[in-house]
Design a protein around this ligand. Structure first.
Ligand SMILES: Nc1nc2c(ncn2[C@@H]2O[C@H](COP(=O)(O)OP(=O)(O)O)[C@@H](O)[C@H]2O)c(=O)[nH]1
Ligand SMILES: [Mg+2]
Length: 368
């Protein structure tokens, strides 16, 4: 169950103390601009689970990756079916398919060079073997044993996750889904509305809080995001909350002031809790393809990203971006988003991902 984050020894039980005063009566709340803590009132029932009968989680992943499978694997299979031997023409077509599926020029070249070398060594003699070799190499990119694939919780104090990314990539939605996962794993969660740019953004986070029955710390729109985060950390420490997830604004990532704002939040959080934020999770929208590569660079340069969440893989034929990102960056993919529902956030498991992408599509007897 706890395969997606690690608790260090010495961590508390995660059960909040019984005698905590209600949010409204907190004595330490300043008069003006006071942080408003939305109490735990589950007004909306959690999204009912998908009908589970006869459908496994793996099947759902497979279905959700259908667009990418069609554009990448089905095209590869069509190509290989029509070929008896491996020749230059086949490599040219292969290159086009890989680039169209957003594997990127660099990754595609590396992949092709690798399999071409194998062909030269005569380790590969027919297209079916080539399919397998491609699959193996893709898996090699996705498996990053040198990176810590799990998020590691601190020994004490709250585990603070700061979520960053440009507008509309799915930050708030991913936070809602993460809160659900942490709660299911028995952790107490606090959400922090540090995207104060739009009132609607604060409301959206509150709705996720209600759905998950977790508290949300918020101020009025226009408030200083870092002060919201500062107050939230005090609150989380007083209540011994296990996981604090900070939502941030994402407007105009090219503008310096967004990055400055994020840096400030990070500084202020570290002032409250030296080791925090423990995770800076960058959310990328898979449908934006190569754009997400430049976003990853910019955010990493500015705030230092420790992990990635790649959303909307259900809505794109360019899921090859996953391979591209793993090959280009030294950052682990923590989660993938495969839909809008609560349970549509998956831990990124390279083997499962490749299997879901390749299984069922090929008929060369090389299916995983
Ligand atoms: N299909 C699909 N939609 C998603 C996914 N993740 C987020 N979304 C949608 O993307 C839109 C923007 O998400 P939001 O969380 O508001 O983005 P933010 O601006 O980064 O906070 C919303 O309509 C979400 O429902 C996903 O994995 N799949
Ligand atoms: Mg948002």
């Amino acid at each position: 169950m706890l395969n997606w984050f690690k608790k260090k020894l010495g961590k508390g039980t995660g059960v909040p103390p019984a005698e905590t005063p209600p949010a409204e009566t907190r004595a330490d709340q300043p008069e003006t601009g006071a942080p408003q803590v939305v109490p735990v009132v589950p007004v909306a029932a959690p999204t009912p689970p998908e009908p589970a009968v006869g459908r496994s989680l793996f099947q759902r992943l497979q279905e959700r990756l259908a667009k990418t499978r069609d554009s990448l694997v089905s095209r590869l299979d069509t190509l290989f079916r029509g070929k008896k031997q491996i020749d230059q023409e086949l490599f040219d077509e292969l290159e086009e398919i890989l680039i169209t599926a957003d594997l990127g020029v660099g990754t595609t070249q590396d992949l092709l060079t690798h399999v071409q070398q194998q062909v030269k060594r005569e380790a590969l003699q027919d297209p079916a073997a080539l399919r397998q070799a491609l699959m193996d190499r893709i898996l090699y990119y996705l498996r990053r044993p040198e990176l810590e694939s799990h998020m590691v919780m601190p020994e004490s104090g709250p585990f603070v996750i700061m979520v960053v990314g440009v507008n509309g990539v799915g930050k708030t939605t991913t936070i809602g889904k993460m809160a659900h996962k942490f709660k299911q794993a028995g952790q107490s969660v606090l959400l922090v509305a540090a995207d104060t740019f739009r009132a609607a953004a604060i409301e959206q986070l509150k709705i996720w809080g209600e759905r998950n029955a977790v508290e949300v710390v918020a101020q009025k729109s226009g408030a200083d995001p870092s002060s919201v985060a500062y107050d939230a950390l005090d609150y989380a420490r007083a209540r011994e909350i296990d996981v604090v997830i900070i939502d941030t604004a994402g407007r105009l990532h090219t503008k310096v002031n967004l990055m400055e704002e994020l840096k400030k939040i990070k500084r202020v959080v570290a002032k409250k809790l030296e080791t925090a934020p423990h995770e800076i999770l960058l959310v990328l929208d898979a449908t934006t393809g190569q754009n997400s590569i430049s976003q990853a660079r910019q955010f990493h340069e500015s705030v230092g990203v420790t992990g990635l969440a790649l959303t909307k893989l259900d809505g794109t034929a360019k899921g090859g971006i996953v391979v591209n990102i793993c090959h280009e960056f030294n950052m682990p993919i923590r989660f993938i988003g495969i839909g809008e529902k609560m349970e549509d956030l998956r831990d990124f498991e390279p083997e499962e991902f490749v299997k879901a992408l390749f299984a069922g599509a090929g008929n060369n007897g090389t299916e995983p």
